[in-house]
Design a protein around this ligand. Structure first.
Ligand code: MLT
Length: 325
């Protein structure tokens, strides 16, 4: 009798403690792990959204860049973090889908992270250093073919968006030029501007400022429609590489088992950010489109991630893409 009373009392204390934690969450800073270098498209997007989430959560939101291995180092760090709502994983089609078919991950990419919400997407831009003597996409493709052994494509590591988009691009034009991996396409873009590498199939949000500054050349956008922010850049369909469509979507996840109340608060803060006029203006300037409201739920992200894995994993496994490139 006495033992059962103690058990009931302990259970009650646990429930009260859990409820209290849920009500006070977040009581300390939240860290968003971005698996690429500072200054790149993932980092910029995470900071824009994280900064606005801070206002809703009334808590500091820190972005930590944990780089390497096409984003798998950072995602693994997040997946292994305590499931308490204070560590989140930012990533995208490359890090939270493609890498599952390339790297021997030590966790289950589709089940060991709980989705918080889909943030948005942007197409890729085919860009080159300014010295490349091509004035349109067809001439760029001819130049790559003529200089195949010496052409370099900048990436953020095997499995990154820039890498699998570059592999896809080269598979369509029939070349096998070399990839140069960076810890993110922020540093890769610096080398493209400096002329150290030749081409990046880059997230539009990353390259747009340098294109607009005339520091690099843009040839086409990997979408069916032109970018509102850059109506003079043709689509791949218009420029001569029809069907080369890649939309890199990004989202937020939490370690598996994160309390549902915490995920709900994080999702609500993310949704407020995606409805914020200043955030949407920044997205527009960068060529980013926020996810539709009905696609911002955790359930929608889980379904989208699974559908993308079903679509891409067979393609990537058939292509035999390995972590060493
Ligand atoms: C990529 O996958 O190419 C990344 O988004 C690069 C980055 O964010 O630095």
């Amino acid at each position: 009798m006495r033992k059962s009373l103690i058990a009931v009392a302990l259970a009650a204390v646990c429930v009260i403690a859990t409820d209290a934690a849920a009500q006070t969450y977040p009581s300390r800073p939240i860290t968003i792990i971005v698996p690429f270098a500072a200054g790149g498209p993932s980092d910029v997007l995470a900071r824009v959204v994280g900064e606005r989430m801070r206002a809703t959560l009334n808590q500091t939101v820190i972005v930590e860049n944990v780089t390497g291995a096409g984003g798998t180092i950072g995602v693994t760090r997040a997946a292994r973090a305590p499931a308490d709502g204070y560590t989140l994983s930012f990533g995208h089609l490359g890090t939270h889908v493609v890498n599952g078919a390339i790297y021997p991950l030590t966790f289950d990419l589709l089940n060991d992270l709980d989705p918080v919400g889909l943030i948005g997407a942007n197409p890729m831009l085919i860009v080159s250093k300014s010295a490349v003597p091509a004035k349109d996409l067809k001439e760029l493709i001819a130049w790559v073919k003529a200089n195949e052994a010496n052409v370099t494509f900048g990436t953020a590591g095997v499995g990154s968006g820039a890498h699998f988009s570059g592999v896809y691009f080269q598979s369509l034009i029939g070349t096998r030029s070399r990839y140069v991996p960076y810890r993110g396409t922020g540093p890769a873009l610096q080398d493209l501007v400096g002329g150290q590498i030749d081409i990046i199939v880059d997230q539009a949000s990353n390259s747009m400022p340098q294109v607009q500054a005339g520091k690099i050349k843009a040839y086409a956008v990997t979408d069916k429609k032109r970018l509102a922010v850059a109506p003079n850049i043709p689509t791949v369909d218009e420029a001569g590489l029809p069907g080369f469509h890649v939309l890199l979507w990004s989202g937020l996840w939490a370690p598996k088992g994160t309390p549902k109340e915490a995920v709900a608060k994080l999702n609500a803060a993310m949704r407020e950010a995606l409805a914020d006029a200043d955030v949407l203006k920044r997205f527009g300037d960068l060529g980013l489109e926020a996810a539709a409201a009905n696609q911002q739920t955790p359930e929608a992200l889980r379904a989208h991630q699974k559908a993308e894995a079903d679509k891409w994993w067979p393609v990537i496994k058939k292509a035999g893409v390995k972590p060493e490139g």
